[in-house]
Design a binder for this molecule. Structure first.
Ligand SMILES: [Zn+2]
Length: 460
């Protein structure tokens, strides 16, 4: 080929923006940037000029005065609990614990519908990967396939009666965990790496006070056999600490470690009450921690985020409760760190936790969490035309202070899943109508089963 002849490479898509924040190490926001995408993955990031010179795109999307950054990775959510919207009162508020009380009323249809609302909300706030745990995950997988989000779905396994647990009672329910493990197997066999690889299956033993040692061991074998992740709550409540101390004579973390459940494929949600020795055990085992500050802040409890980070533990952020905006979660994480006396964590580091950190916690580094060659083209676009982003003197700082409702476009695998030109086929208004209708039916069932004091007034 003669020298000086420029070879132009055909790609599916080029996204241009006023700023590209790649979240790759050491990179500052790229002004007038562009991202070349082919077959769902990023090919190259550079100035719009350099990308135009090198690539011929089938389609160019110019998002104008906006920041393109990686989609968020939410490492801990229960998206099917959206029927509790508007009733968030901390994780351990007064009265029965509603998520447990209602578990037995959650049919596959309900999990699919309420979960769809949660996934659509997550996408709407720029989350492109979500780790969701609950019962009936094969049903949620259908919603995930439809709406275009990427998800790590973990089937919940629990030995105790949910209804009794809602009132703080531990009552063994023989056979329940077996049924749930069978469903976990079904989830793995039918859905693992399906929907063009967007769905990843996992298993979720509920918590050390709710799962018996034999079941944890069975789950460890199951996870090893299929090569899937174990996502469990741990050291999340004083009840759990007390119960595990009484029955097992140790802390929840040491209990998990003694059972051989802790490893680099383990994700521990919350760890609020982990001792210094527990933190060392987690770090040594190479397990990851899901930091979900919001619900616990309402309870007045704050986790030691900086201790985990300084121990070298992989940490991601999780929304956990009934709302799924990672923007609110990363702000809460910032305030929570300050309450613990740590004001050294920068806005940029918060964005890192919500992107690279989450990817690492889910074992998806090298797939998602940054905008870089070979990674999935999972992107969010934050508009900067509004008053809340004007003027902007520090991109990461402005995003962390005011990102949220101004997310105006989201891509997963290089496809638009939220915003103008959306490529998913789902009829969103109609789906949300279905969710509202089902919500009415569910709360009637709840009132019929548990008494009228738990009904909702739908006239307001
Ligand atoms: Zn949780």
């Amino acid at each position: 080929m003669p020298e000086g002849v420029l070879v132009v490479i055909a790609v599916d898509l080029v996204v241009r923006a006023a700023y590209v924040l790649t979240m790759t190490e050491g990179a500052s926001p790229l002004r007038g940037g562009a991202i070349a995408v082919d077959a769902g993955r990023v090919v190259r990031v550079g100035t719009a000029q350099s990308i135009d010179a090198q690539y011929l795109a089938k389609r160019t999307v110019d998002v104008g005065n906006a920041v393109v950054l990686p989609g968020f990775v939410d490492v801990h959510a229960h998206v099917s609990q959206t029927f509790l919207r508007g009733r968030q009162n901390g994780v351990f508020g007064a009265g029965p614990f509603l998520p447990f009380l209602v578990t037995d009323l959650l049919t596959d249809d309900r999990v699919r519908l309420f979960g769809l609302a949660g996934c659509l909300e997550a996408l709407r706030y720029g989350t492109t990967t979500i780790q969701a745990s609950l019962t009936s995950m094969p049903a949620l997988a259908e919603a995930v396939e439809l709406c275009g989000i990427r998800a790590v779905l973990a089937e919940e396994v629990c030995d105790m009666s949910y209804e009794d647990a809602a009132y703080g009672r531990y009552v063994h329910r023989p056979g329940q965990a077996d049924v749930q493990l069978d469903r976990a197997r079904l989830l793995v066999e039918d859905w693992h790496r399906s929907a063009s690889g967007r769905i990843i299956a996992a298993v979720a033993p509920l918590a050390p006070d709710m799962v018996l040692p034999g079941t944890y061991r069975q789950i460890a074998r199951f996870a090893h056999e299929y090569g899937v992740m174990v996502a469990t709550h741990a050291a999340q409540s004083k009840f759990e600490m007390q119960r595990v101390a009484e029955i097992q004579g140790t802390t929840p973390i040491r209990y998990l470690s003694d059972l051989g459940t802790l490893g680099d494929m383990t994700l521990l949600a919350h760890c609020l009450y982990a001792t210094a020795e527990d933190v060392a055990i987690v770090a040594e085992a190479g397990a990851a921690v899901a930091h979900s500050p919001r619900g616990f802040l309402l309870d007045g409890v704050v986790a030691p985020l900086s201790d985990w980070l300084s121990s070298g533990i992989r940490v991601g952020l999780g929304t956990d409760d009934v709302t799924h905006s990672m923007w609110e979660t990363l702000r809460a994480a910032r305030y929570a760190a300050a309450v613990r006396g740590d004001r050294s964590i920068t806005p940029y580091q918060m964005l890192e936790l919500a992107t690279l950190g989450g990817a690492a916690a889910l074992g998806l580094s090298g797939e998602v969490g940054a905008i870089a060659p070979d990674l999935k083209a999972d992107l969010q676009v934050v508009g900067c035309d509004g008053p809340e982003m004007t003027p902007m003197s520090d991109v990461a700082g402005s995003l962390v202070e005011n990102g949220g409702a101004n997310v105006n476009m989201v891509f997963v695998d290089g496809k638009i899943v939220f915003g103008p030109g959306r490529e998913t086929k789902i009829d969103i208004p109609r789906s949300l109508d279905d969710v509202r209708e089902e919500n009415g039916r569910l709360w009637l069932d709840i009132a019929a089963k548990f008494g009228p004091e738990l009904s909702i007034d739908q006239s307001r």
